[in-house]
Ligand binder design. Structure first.
Ligand code: A3P
Length: 341
């Protein structure tokens, strides 16, 4: 098979204005150099990423046996990864007793592009960051590979959907905003130092690494009928996980019994997930990569938690912003559920 020709990146990598960079450096200790805008709607990566690295990701080698999970951060990526991995691997619960970040399980496509290289080097000299275990995507690993990517479709390999099966997860932006706020405070590698109110401004401006969420989701939503794309909502997983397990199983060409599906739903239940050391990222606390007193990666797992955080003024502002962003799309988000697990 001939090697596909390398494709030039169709976007310019543009640093944000100085004033914005300075603000980001002030409020996110982990982003002292700020961010760059990487595509037509301003998806952000760390300012220390190189054009070559972004172009390499755009040309990431693909194999039809590979399975990808693509999603904006905090939409239930880890939950979906575990579901997809187990479904694709014949419910190998023993094999799943390996960190989800291990290269034997999943690689993280843009790992290097999310972090500020200088800040990481500083933490390394302080002995905070060891070598690994989170793995950047290694194109030399044999297939089938399981790849997690927060890059939008426009920045992943343009042949991705025609080549590999992709599971995409979306979540309502209000809950994403709250979840991301906690995440950015929890991780020393980002270390947001302000209030939720301030964070919401960053979220709406899309000036957070790997934002903006709505554009990311709309881009995928417009591709949802592609036969290689399985489009999920976090809210549907909370409402009826069994139905979503069946949907993904069918998509991946697997047929499991009711008992098997029930067992997987139990394994994926929030209470079990939170306790499962192979998926809950608690090891990052032991490594000093997360603050021990700022909550957990597997945090609350609810639809509508934003209601516990947004003031009426914040809600009004966010709603107006969303209305503007959602113009022209038939995509609708569910922001609350009467019943959920
Ligand atoms: P919250 O912060 O709202 O609790 P990601 O993996 O994309 O970073 O997403 C993390 C979000 O998914 C967090 O949301 C986390 O608690 C939630 N989550 C993780 N595992 C879950 C599970 N088994 N059930 C429900 N939510 C889960």
């Amino acid at each position: 098979m001939s090697k596909p020709q390398r494709q030039p990146l169709p976007f310019n990598i543009i640093p944000l204005e100085d004033e914005v960079q300075n603000k980001i450096a002030r409020d996110f200790a982990g982003n002292p150099n700020g961010l760059v805008s990487c595509n037509h709607w301003g998806f952000k990566l760390s300012a220390t990423v190189t054009e070559q690295e972004v172009e390499d990701m755009f040309n990431h080698p693909l194999d039809p046996r590979d399975v990808w999970v693509v999603t904006p951060p905090k939409c239930g990526t880890t939950w979906t990864q575990e579901m997809v991995w187990l479904i694709a691997n014949d419910l190998d619960y023993e094999g799943a007793k390996t960190p989800i970040t291990s290269p034997f399980r999943w690689s993280f496509m843009e790992f290097k592009a999310v972090l500020d290289k200088g800040f990481v080097a500083k933490l390394r000299t302080q002995g905070v960051i060891p070598n690994g275990p989170a793995a950047a995507s290694d194109p030399n690993r044999p297939s089938p590979r399981f790849v997690k990517s927060h890059l939008p479709f426009s920045l992943n390999n343009p042949r991705l959907l025609d080549t590999c099966k992709v599971v995409y997860v979306a979540r309502n932006p209000k809950d994403v905003c709250v979840s991301l706020y906690h995440h950015m405070r929890l991780l020393r590698l980002h270390d947001f130092m302000g209030s939720l109110k301030l964070f919401m401004e960053y979220f709406m401006e899309g000036n957070i690494v790997e934002s903006g969420t709505i554009e990311h989701i709309i881009e995928a939503w417009n591709l949802r009928h592609h036969p290689n794309l399985c489009f999920l909502f976090y809210e549907d997983m909370k409402k009826d996980l069994i139905a979503q397990i069946r949907k993904v199983s069918k998509f991946l060409g697997k047929d499991y019994s009711d008992e098997q599906v029930d067992k997987l739903a139990e394994h994926l239940h929030f209470d079990n997930f939170k306790k499962n050391p192979w998926v809950n990222y608690e090891y990052m606390k032991a490594l000093g990569l997360m603050y021990p007193d700022r909550g957990s990666f597997i945090r609350k797992g609810k639809v509508g938690d934003w209601k516990n955080h947004f003031t009426p003024e914040m809600t009004e502002k966010f709603d107006k912003w969303m209305e503007e962003k959602m113009k022209g799309t038939d995509l609708v988000f569910i922001e609350d559920l009467d019943e959920q697990d």
